[in-house]
Ligand binder design. Sequence first.
Ligand code: DLL
Length: 433
Amino acid sequence: MIWNEEFETLPREALEALQLKRMKAVVERVYTVVPYYRKKMEEAGINPSEIKSLKDISKLPFTTKEDLRVNYPFGLFAVPFEEVVRIHASSGTTGKPTVVGYTRRDIDTWAELMARTLTAGGAHKGDVVHNAYGYGLFTGGLGAHYGAEKIGAAVIPISGGNTKRQIMIMQDFGSTVLLCTPSYALNIADVMKDMNIEPSSLKLRVGLFGAEPWSENMREEIERKLNIKAIDIYGLSEVMGPGVASECIEGKKGLHVFEDCFIPEIINPDTGEVLPHGSAGELVFTTIMKEAFPVIRYRTRDISRLMPEPCVCGRTFYRMQRITGRSDDMLIIRGVNVFPSQIEHVLMGIKGVEPHYQIIVGREGALDMMEVQVEISEDIFSDEVKVLEKLNKRIEREIKDLLGVSCKVKLVEPKTIQRSEGKAKRVIDNRKL
Ligand code: DLL
């Protein structure tokens, strides 16, 4: 099923004409109203009037998380603040979050995109949508919520956590569609098994999973353990939230990018050069429908590939391959984006610890676990156990406060963490996706 036949099956030529019109308008607008964009374009020696074809997009400078940080919190908003009706945020590279805003029309566009996403995954009016994406500053919960209402489904805004209760609600309310991160879906499956509940006794039919990397193996495992079809959905706060690209249940191979709202490019992450379709590289998006927080050539750091081949479902939007990695060091731990630099930021603020640390990530069952090994200084090393225990707890608490995700801290003796001979290896990720 297709939610919006008119746009989702636009012939390529008409789609590209629409993209060009919208792209010109947004470039013109940010140049006029956002001083930072104007300055960057001037520095790059490009004027919006020189954007004449879709290819000309490559003349525009990239936008990065660093640009968002410099303009924290609202410096890149492109409408008067009273037009903003919603603010979300995701983690930034230091203590400050990345902030994004939406006008009323942006919220409508987002609901439309999530309606398309849910429909592509096979959801419809009459479904009971169990939305276990987190509600709050994270875009997952509320983003999916509005789309589910738009298609006329009954939404259960359950948010994350309390898994036994989630399962009871699924049984009692007859949930048919599950929305959560893929690792949480596996966790639900494990808890169900512990509770001796047969997945086939539930009404669950399909799950739309995203917000973290997963693999075809994980898809098979989720489908088998929960007795459902599992669909991959992708998005990021800076560009919109969920609803940037999604798989269709007919094809289940690559995610259709909603190209009437976003222009995708693939670049070489080292040189910034635009790569031809089919090559693997970093995904870059330009938003062409957003009002409050448009982004021009936003570097996602996600590695993928664009697939122009037609899809069995009839959508004309190009697909992107499932995300295969990142071009930076961002980790996703239990759905929360974590940068090693954030942990470093905490450590630097604590007396008695050295800036030598290592993050070890693994899985216990379906749950991500993070351990941070931290070197302590010589003078603290000889202190009493009690002092060290206190220090340990303090670091754990401060990391939890900043990241919103708990970890285990292990203090290690001075000079035991291997020194780098080039790029420091801060992270050891033992998770098998
Ligand atoms: O995770 C938005 C979202 C919510 C997408 C719910 C899908 C479902 P952020 O918190 O800003 O936004 O994190 C964005 O998460 O750059 C990717 O690295 C990663 N990511 C999101 N979806 C996928 C996916 C939301 N399907 C970052 N596969 C992105 C792999 C994903 N990684």
